[in-house]
Design a protein around this ligand. Sequence first.
Ligand code: HEM
Length: 136
Amino acid sequence: MSETKEFTYSDVSEHTSKKDVYMVIHDKVYNTSSFVDEHPGGEEVLLDVGGQDATEAFEDVGHSDEAREILEGLLIGNLKREAGDPAPKTSTTSSSAPKSSTDAAGLGIGVYAIVLVGAALAFFAYQYLQSNQQKS
Ligand code: HEM
């Protein structure tokens, strides 16, 4: 038998309290209880993903190598996936892809158009008032 302990998703999901919190990152199981108070990003975010797959949350922050070393120290085993478990989470960069830049450009042109039309109107209104004044 291998030394690595195996946890099912439901095992992990039982550990959600501050004093006893597990999480899954890249299909490995970590006991983060001792680290909750020390986390530079705050305890709240860790407890939010307690008992769950935190891969995406962890990777989205872009944690340093130091953070990954700390993580290794908290490793307690591997995740054993069972039928019906949530699909593995991966950090998808595509989901955070910037929105179509043409939207912003379109808005920019719209703003210019409004400013130009406004300026033109002001100009003609001024001309009109001037000519009226000269007549009287
Ligand atoms: C056990 C897993 C985790 C470990 C060992 C860990 C470790 C660390 C470390 C060492 C830092 C300092 C910056 C760095 O070295 O990258 C940090 C910052 C941070 N972490 Fe985590 N983290 C974990 C999980 C998470 C999760 C699940 C979130 C969820 C969103 C998160 C959110 C953050 C944020 C927002 C910061 C930035 C704090 C700041 O710069 O003000 N972390 N983490």
